[in-house]
Design a protein around this ligand. Structure first.
Ligand SMILES: [Zn+2]
Length: 473
């Protein structure tokens, strides 16, 4: 069965087909014969609902509820709603007047009128409103490029950053995509370009806001960091009175991110490491868990964001946020980009924003735990495995050899799992984290175990766990 399926059927047909897909052996075939993984097919089928989870309301009502800038949700009823309410009350009065008339005077015409007036009022179709962002007003159905200028005295980070906005003609969720918060991570930049220029705002329900290069200064220098060597993704939600990084984080968060209803932050592996395309989120957070199920068949890894990451800060103000990792830094990996775009296209369809050109109907491999395997000696690393490989306890993953003495040692899998991230072949030191292996267990059981374990841990222990996460976004 192909992983990417082009599908253009109706909703009812889709539900049926997705069900068939969910119970088909596709996933088991792909991931070989692990019994525990096969069971995850049942636990994590693809979505059957196309809009917001947890409701079976008509699509129009859904879009009304989830429409618009959170800051504007409290606004007065729209004009069309007021007019409609007045019409309804006029109809009620009319019906009352008629019922007071004697039965003999009721003509055929009046009967028709009563019948007409007793019909329920037509549903109110919500209207899209202009989007207020960065001091500009974006009209429904428009695609615009805005500019975000972090208000800094630091010349180097004061360059306006392009913000691309596709504001749908009809109401719906506001989805934000951020890339290159680390300036050397290129795959996300390309993902946003491919995705956002194929959007059709005139046919969209909702809004997509894309910031392809958040750290423009780092991007120009080919660096992960800001000009002051700080990692921007440790400073959210920022502060208007703090360091340059704090202020930049605050400006982004305050001016753009708080308007989002969903956030996908795009990253790659760091420091000569590469990642299997995967999304990461705190699956213990119910909103994030639901959101994570909208991305089609991409691998999912549970993890709490480090302090100061954009996704953690967004989650803290109630925005479901996910990090999408794909490939490594300083390179454009076409396969990873394609997989990421497919996941986001599927997301846009599942949120009801725009039908996907490609809909990814495979079930998701979900990992609630992962560990890094390290080199026990320094030397030249040559890997025997590739990203995505399934490994079993005892398998040799790679070998590190001292180039002078010609002595070497193998790095061996200590549990069954899947390679989610790995170092590129290079010179490594003793203790270097080489393979990031997802633990394959039955997802439901793992989720319960992980939640209990995390609740038991002190804040210090949780911090240690996160520090141990080599490849933080
Ligand atoms: Zn990153």
């Amino acid at each position: 069965m192909p992983r990417f399926c082009r599908q253009s059927f109706t909703l009812s047909g889709l539900s049926f087909l997705l069900f068939v897909t969910a119970v088909s052996p596709a996933y088991a075939t792909e991931l070989a014969d692990e019994e525990d993984i096969a069971s995850s097919v049942v636990e994590y089928p693809v979505h059957r609902e196309l809009v917001q989870p947890g409701t079976d309301q008509p699509e129009v009502v859904n879009k009304d509820i989830i429409s618009q800038d959170p800051a504007q949700r409290e606004e007065k009823p729209q004009e069309s709603e007021i007019i409609s309410a007045e019409v309804i009350s006029a109809e009620v009065i009319s019906a009352e007047v008629i019922s007071e008339e004697t039965e003999s005077s009721v003509t055929e015409d009046t009967e028709n009128l009563i019948e007409k007036n007793s019909n329920p009022p037509l549903p109110v179709i919500p209207q899209q409103t202009p989007l207020q962002l960065l001091g500009k007003e974006v009209q429904p159905g428009a695609f615009v490029a805005l500019q975000w200028s972090p208000e800094q005295s630091f010349q180097s980070i004061n360059t306006p950053v392009p913000v691309l906005v596709a504001h749908g003609a009809k109401p719906g969720p506001i989805m934000c995509l951020t890339a290159a918060i680390h300036g050397d991570e290129l795959n996300g930049i390309e993902m946003i370009r491919r995705l956002i220029y194929q959007l059709e705002p005139k046919n969209m329900n909702g809004t997509v806001i894309g910031i392809p290069i958040v750290n423009l200064d780092g991007f120009r220098r080919g660096s992960r960091y800001l000009a002051d060597r700080r990692d921007l993704n440790r400073h959210f939600p920022g502060s208007p009175k703090g360091s340059a990084a704090d202020r930049m984080a605050y400006s982004l968060f305050h001016n753009i991110i708080r308007h989002c209803e969903y956030l996908v932050d795009l990253h790659t592996g760091s420091l000569k490491r590469t990642n299997l395309p995967q999304i990461r989120g705190d699956l213990g957070n119910e909103k994030v868990f639901e959101f994570s199920r909208h991305f089609g068949g991409i691998t999912v890894l549970h993890g709490i964001g480090a302090d100061g990451t954009l996704r953690q800060a967004a989650e803290e103000i109630g925005i479901p946020a996910i990090t999408l990792e794909a490939g490594g830094p300083n390179q454009l990996d076409n396969t990873s980009v394609d997989e990421g775009v497919n996941a986001i296209e599927t997301l846009l369809q599942n949120l009801g924003i725009q039908p996907a050109l490609r809909f990814w109907a495979a079930p998701q491999p979900v990992f609630y735990q992962s560990h890094w395997l390290r080199s026990d000696q320094g030397g030249i690393l040559i890997s025997a495995v590739e990203l995505g490989d399934k490994v079993r306890k005892g398998d040799v993953l790679g070998r590190v050899t001292d180039p002078v003495t010609n002595t070497g040692s193998n790095i061996v899998a200590t549990f069954n799992g899947r390679i989610l991230g790995m170092a590129l072949n290079q010179v490594v030191q003793t203790g270097f984290a080489v393979y990031h292996v997802g633990v394959e267990k039955e997802p439901k059981k793992m989720k319960a175990e992980v939640v209990v374990e995390e609740e038991k841990k002190s804040p210090q222990e949780q911090q240690m766990l996160m520090d141990n996460n080599i490849d933080q976004e």
